[in-house]
Write a protein of this length. Structure first.
Length: 356
């Protein structure tokens, strides 16, 4: 009943948003910018006030000028048929920028200083900013079944939480290590703005930590259900998010594969990893076919190489941002990851395309 009520309110709010109510043509609004625009001038923002009385999120494209993340500005522009507001004039208002956006801008500048030409790839993996990613590079990851590495997925949160659990566990003990990893995971997700896949993963970490501290092991189906409820409580709009569909399906697929393929696992760790990768690919294939018109069977094998590389690269990137070391090693790992994606994307019949 609560879910139905929240869903109805969310749908009503969507229908009254500026994105739904504005017709193509000139419009103006006071908007809080989410992220600093990329090289192409594209970003998103939240309408705080408009003459029509509508609010909600907008997709923005700035013709000129720049603005910091989290800034509040008066925007005047033209709404295109595709729903984008093409901003012709911008005037920033003297309002305080929240700590979250200030940190994101500091991290973004640090990434550009350390990683140069590879900064867009690092920003995509760490901050979820994909506006400046090279189109060919992005397509190679998609064709190779590795597109999840370019988004803030549960994998990234799990990698960070896993390394922090090992680190804090060695310093303060196993129980405190689990607790510290859960708190750190939620702090990182808050910095990102609670994207659905990352929130799902942080819930997994928190449930795992609680289970270890209370000596319980809940079934995977219960953990997935709890995670879905937490995500939809924070953001009811996520029920329409392809990212959440893929995130939940991938985890359900891996859990199913582990259960079904237990006889195969006698072949060792490689057989287990192959079963997990195949389960995730099979579970998400109908969704990618429906939403994007593509399926990448080659990802079953490509992920066996790419995921361990990402498990080394992501923590190395964070260490480099904090301490200024390990950036060359992280850059080398990124270069290898790019080569893996390019090779997987060129495998004959490795990916299939059709109409979404």
């Amino acid at each position: 009943m609560v879910g139905a009520a929240i869903g109805a309110l969310t749908a009503r709010r969507q229908q009254q948003s500026c994105a739904a109510r504005w017709n193509p043509g000139p419009h103006a609004a006071i908007v809080r910018i989410h992220d600093a625009p990329g090289a192409g001038g594209s970003t998103t923002g939240t309408v705080l006030h408009s003459p029509e009385g509508c609010r909600g999120s907008l997709r923005l494209r700035l013709d000129s000028g720049s603005v910091d993340s989290g800034a509040t500005a008066v925007l005047v522009g033209v709404v295109r048929a595709n729903g984008w507001l093409r901003v012709r004039h911008l005037r920033r208002l003297p309002r305080t920028v929240s700590l979250r956006f200030r940190i994101r801008d500091i991290v973004g500048r640090r990434i550009r200083d350390l990683y140069g030409p590879r900064a867009p790839l690092v920003e995509a993996m760490v901050l979820g900013r994909r506006g400046d990613l090279d189109r060919d590079l992005r397509q190679s990851f998609v064709d190779g079944g590795l597109a999840h590495l370019l988004a803030i997925s549960g994998l990234h949160v799990g990698i960070i939480a896993g390394w922090l659990r090992v680190l804090f566990g060695a310093i303060a003990g196993a129980r405190r290590g689990w607790l510290a990893s859960a708190i750190s995971a939620w702090g990182y997700v808050a910095l990102l703005g609670f994207p659905a896949p990352a929130t799902r993963a942080a819930t997994f970490v928190a449930v795992a930590a609680l289970g270890r501290m209370r000596e319980r092991r809940p079934p995977s189906t219960a953990v997935i259900a709890v995670a879905a409820l937490v995500v939809l409580t924070i953001d009811p709009d996520a029920v329409q998010s392809v990212g959440l569909w893929l995130s939940i399906a991938a985890v359900a697929g891996t859990s199913w594969a582990i259960h079904v393929a237990r006889p195969i696992q006698r072949g060792g760790p490689f057989a287990r990893l192959l079963a997990v990768s195949a389960g995730a690919t099979l579970a998400t294939a109908p969704i990618t076919a429906y939403a994007f018109g593509s399926v990448a069977p080659v990802g079953v094998v490509a992920n066996l190489v790419a995921v361990p590389l990402a498990s080394l690269c992501v923590p190395a990137v964070f260490v480099s941002l904090l301490a200024g070391v390990m950036a060359p090693g992280a850059g080398l790992t990124l270069a290898i990851l790019e080569r893996v994606a390019a090779f997987a994307g060129r495998v004959p019949w490795g990916h299939l395309e059709g109409e979404p």
